[in-house]
Design a protein around this ligand. Structure first.
Ligand SMILES: [Zn+2]
Length: 163
């Protein structure tokens, strides 16, 4: 199959509609010039989808150059077992922030081409995704009357009760 440049540029786009529509086959085996590019793609994607990303793993080659990077959803992993076994009937356990989410992206540097190739992309989350991006996006497109803006701007920023 010929390499499709349009497909690759889809990953470099910050267009929320393109990013939201990405499928696993859009991402897996795609090439990037640098791991920074991969990271910015995944951060953009995460922002649009409504989850947060953290760097999970970086591996170096003999010369100390990065050869593998992996990012995960920050709800990846479980709370340490010891925490759960600690019997404390007085207090309810805190809300679980780690939900064993497996969403991740991993790239490896190809020795011959010096390109970063996506080797693993898990798009499913074990939890609900925040929808704040949609809200923000819609809000910015909502018609705001000039007078509302003026009013909002004239209000002091401290001690305003909006209720
Ligand atoms: Zn997740």
């Amino acid at each position: 199959m010929p390499k499709n440049d349009a497909e690759t540029s889809k990953l470099e786009s910050s267009n929320p509609f393109l990013l939201k529509g990405l499928t696993i086959s859009d991402v897996v085996r795609k090439e990037f010039d640098s791991h920074e590019q991969v990271e910015s793609f995944y951060f953009n994607y995460a922002k649009v989808m409504g989850f947060s990303v953290r760097k999970d793993e970086v591996r170096y080659d003999d010369k100390g150059c990065i050869k593998l990077c992996r990012w995960v959803c920050n709800k990846q992993g479980y709370r340490p077992k010891i925490w759960l076994e600690k019997v404390d009937r007085v207090r309810e356990p805190r809300a679980i922030t780690c939900e064993g989410c497996l969403a991740s992206l991993r790239v490896n540097l190809q020795h011959d081409t010096r390109k970063w190739v996506v080797k693993e992309f898990v798009s499913e989350h074990s939890h609900q995704l925040a929808s704040n991006y949609d809200t923000q996006f819609l809000r910015s497109h909502r018609n705001v009357k000039g007078s509302d803006v003026a009013l909002a701007m004239s209000l002091p920023s401290v001690g305003v009760k909006t209720g």
